[in-house]
Design a protein around this ligand. Structure first.
Ligand SMILES: [Fe+2]
Length: 259
């Protein structure tokens, strides 16, 4: 199974609006163009939240219009910046709210960690129950879990205060399932790959602004917008390939003080 992850597009209704000096519509469009020219195969696109910055239906429509150019099914989960009421309109444009993808050897489970109005995440009892049910349904398949927030610290104090607050409850559910191979997420706007307890934790850069890894306080990085391909093998291995736009195409406003 081959996947493409795009995350944290932070789009606006107005295509001229930027976030901390980066025009998010332009950077997302550049990412889409590069994915097309990569010519790397993928079966599904996972959009892991913060798709809109201004919550408008138009911004979600903009996301769906560009994603449609990739001619593959796309599924989404919400981030802290999203408004799910308007995000549901993605369905009208073929971007689906499916919460489970199943192939011959793999199951992918998409979880909602949004606590509306808060930057940090919570996994509700309902989400925890859905997770447990999905895991019990296919005990013989390898599992990849997708969510917006980080369940383990990424090493930046200011970002890690906006983590998945009840990660212990999440880990309690998956503890009985050694077939969980990976957890992918967005939110931290940087490349992150770490093996914890036999599970690969993987974050993918945003398609717009980047946060400086391992920074105690808010700091932007000059790394370029990115995306990631994941290959899930029949043996349960996750091979990933991180891609970024070429150097210095999109640079943030250096005077930015916060996010
Ligand atoms: Fe974000």
């Amino acid at each position: 199974m081959h996947l493409l992850q795009v995350t944290d597009t932070h789009l606006f209704a107005d295509e001229q609006t930027g976030l901390l000096g980066v025009n998010t519509n332009d950077s997302f469009s550049a990412v889409i163009e590069n994915i097309k020219s990569d010519n790397i195969p993928f079966d599904y696109i996972l959009a892991t939240g913060d798709l809109s910055q201004d919550h408008t239906k138009r911004s979600y429509q903009r996301f769906a219009e560009r994603i449609a150019e990739l001619e593959r099914p796309c599924v989404w989960l919400p981030g802290n910046h999203d408004m799910q009421e308007n995000m549901l309109t993605l369905e009208q444009h073929g971007v689906l709210a499916a919460k489970q993808l199943v192939s011959e050897h793999w199951q992918i489970i998409m979880l909602d960690t949004q606590l509306e109005g808060e930057p940090h995440g919570i996994m509700s009892q309902r989400q925890l129950d859905n997770l447990a049910e999905a895991l019990a349904e296919y005990p013989d398949k390898h599992v990849l879990i997708a969510m917006h927030h980080q369940a383990i610290p990424v090493g930046s104090k200011w970002l890690d205060q906006h983590n998945l607050k009840n990660a212990d409850e999440f880990f309690a559910v998956i503890a009985d399932f050694p077939n969980v191979r990976g957890v992918i997420f967005g939110h931290v706007h940087q490349n992150y790959e770490f093996q914890f307890d036999g599970i690969a934790f993987i974050a993918t850069p945003s398609t717009c602004i980047q946060f400086l890894p391992l920074s105690a306080n808010f700091a932007l990085d000059h790394q370029q917008p990115g995306w990631r391909y994941l290959q899930l093998t029949a043996e349960g291995r996750i091979a990933t390939r991180l891609r970024r736009l070429s150097e210095r195409s999109f640079l943030p406003d250096p005077k930015s003080k916060g996010y």
